[in-house]
Design a protein around this ligand. Structure first.
Ligand SMILES: [Zn+2]
Ligand SMILES: [Zn+2]
Length: 111
């Protein structure tokens, strides 16, 4: 996957956002997955996502919008998935293994 965009970096890791999906849309994907795996975590997921959304103030020169909904993107896929897997790991390390396999492979991250 080669989608290099020059504009816009993640407010958390400062890397260029190469997978332009906002965390609200990502949250939806994770929720869809949790419905079948661990529905009790959905409210946690929602809270976490809300918190991350609150934290971000969009820099003036920020120019990345979500390919799905058009919202500004401030946190990259990577950072969001990392936060969510941290949240899950506290509760269920087996679950987080599955989660990482699905969502990290999605973007071909090399961890
Ligand atoms: Zn990031
Ligand atoms: Zn979106």
């Amino acid at each position: 996957m080669e989608q290099e965009k020059e504009e816009g970096t993640c407010v958390q890791c400062n890397r260029v956002i190469s997978n332009p999906i906002c965390i609200s849309c990502l949250r939806q994907q994770v929720e869809d997955w949790l419905i079948d795996t661990k529905p009790m975590l959905i409210s946690k997921l929602n809270k976490k996502t809300e918190k991350m959304n609150e934290h971000e103030s969009v820099p003036a020169d920020h120019d990345v919008s979500c390919v799905k909904c058009g919202n500004d993107i401030t946190v990259c896929y990577d950072c969001y998935i990392a936060e969510i897997s941290k949240m899950m790991n506290v509760r269920d390390s087996e679950l987080v293994g599955k989660f990482n396999r699905i969502f990290r492979f999605n973007v071909g991250l090399s961890y």
